[in-house]
Design a protein. Structure first.
Length: 346
């Protein structure tokens, strides 16, 4: 198999797996694991007749996803308890938000770090409370610490000393050096309260963030999973609100991310048949994004190394001005730390 289309087909049309032979099942499982979509695939194939060996693998994946869901919710509760005394709005992001909100996108979703969004002017209080509650810095390097604080949209990552769980504390959703400039205050102001006092982004902002994370903030690693998030979110929100697509367009414009959102919808429609309110012509570059998204062989191994390299370079290029990028890559390459003062003067 030359790309990951068998996985895409199985997700969008579970009945298509009936035609798979042993080799086909091996490839499908390998791809799903590599793309961190095995739990989502297991959920989609629930109740369908599959070979006994496959059934055991899928059952294990469903159990693992359920365990991950419980762990993510408990970690969110620990964060809530740590930050409750400072009276700061705490917005859950990504997978943790999906499961906390009971959304379709959370079903079988692989969840790693707990990502939260807080007001930038409360970062100091949030940082102090999190450190006091047992989290520690993952990257103690002076250069990395200063770089995050000066140029990134989040604090350096932290990990809890006892639970071994990481937290990413965001003050916006894209680096300040990136070309789009999302309205972080509007993201927090429009967020929706959950029963436990935590919050999650509004439906439109949640899709905008998913699109930003996919196309404006990385090299498309894990892209099929992130695009699956877009499909699940759009379908659920549009089914529950006839005006959702209009709200999504307004949010995308407000956050300077209309290009990323349009591309996410086009590619989600192309791969997962995500419903779109209006026909949209393919962009010239869409084929290259598809080529990168599907770069996986039948053993789950990454393919198309030059395409992957090009998107890796792109991920840095869209985050930083050229001179800053050159200095950053040079500093990382030589493996030496520089002082905080040097970072601030860059």
């Amino acid at each position: 198999m030359t790309d990951a289309m068998p996985l895409v087909r199985a997700l969008r049309d579970p009945g298509s797996v009936a035609a798979l032979d042993g080799e086909g099942w091996t490839a499908l499982i390998a791809m799903a694991r590599a793309e961190q979509l095995i739990g989502s695939l297991a959920g989609r194939l629930r109740g369908l007749p599959v070979p006994d060996g496959v059934a055991a693998i899928l059952d294990e994946a469903r159990q693992s996803a359920e365990h991950g869901r419980r762990v993510a919710l408990w970690e969110a509760e620990m964060i809530r308890r740590a930050l409750a005394p400072i009276g700061c709005p705490v917005v859950l992001l990504k997978g943790t938000a999906f499961v906390a909100g009971g959304l379709d996108a959370g079903q079988g979703r692989s969840i790693g770090d707990c990502d939260i969004l807080v007001p930038r002017d409360r970062l100091g209080a949030v940082e102090a409370a999190i450190l006091a509650a047992g989290w520690e810095w993952v990257k103690p390097d002076v250069y990395d610490d200063a770089y995050y604080r000066r140029w990134m949209h989040e604090l350096p990552p932290l990990i809890h000393r006892d639970r071994d769980r990481m937290i990413d504390i965001h003050h916006t959703i894209l680096p300040p050096t990136a070309r789009p400039t999302p309205d972080a205050a509007a993201l927090i102001g429009g967020s929706v309260a959950l029963e436990n006092g935590l919050r999650m982004l509004s439906p439109a902002d949640m899709v905008v963030h998913a699109a930003a994370h996919l196309f404006a903030d990385g090299d498309l690693a894990g892209g099929l999973r992130n695009l699956w998030d877009v499909d699940r979110l759009v379908r659920e929100f549009a089914d529950n609100n006839s005006g959702f697509h209009d709200a999504l367009r307004r949010a995308a414009v407000n956050h300077d991310l209309i290009t990323a959102v349009r591309r996410a919808l086009r590619l989600a429609n192309r791969l997962y048949r995500t419903p779109m309110p209006h026909a949209s012509r393919s962009h010239l570059l869409d084929r290259w994004f598809l080529r990168r998204l599907l770069a996986r062989d039948g053993w789950g191994r990454p393919t198309r190394p030059f395409t992957r390299l090009a998107f890796y370079v792109r991920s840095h290029w869209i985050r930083m001005p050229p001179l800053m990028l050159a200095r950053h890559l040079w500093t990382k390459w030589r493996g030496q730390s520089v002082s905080s003062a040097e970072i601030r003067s860059a």
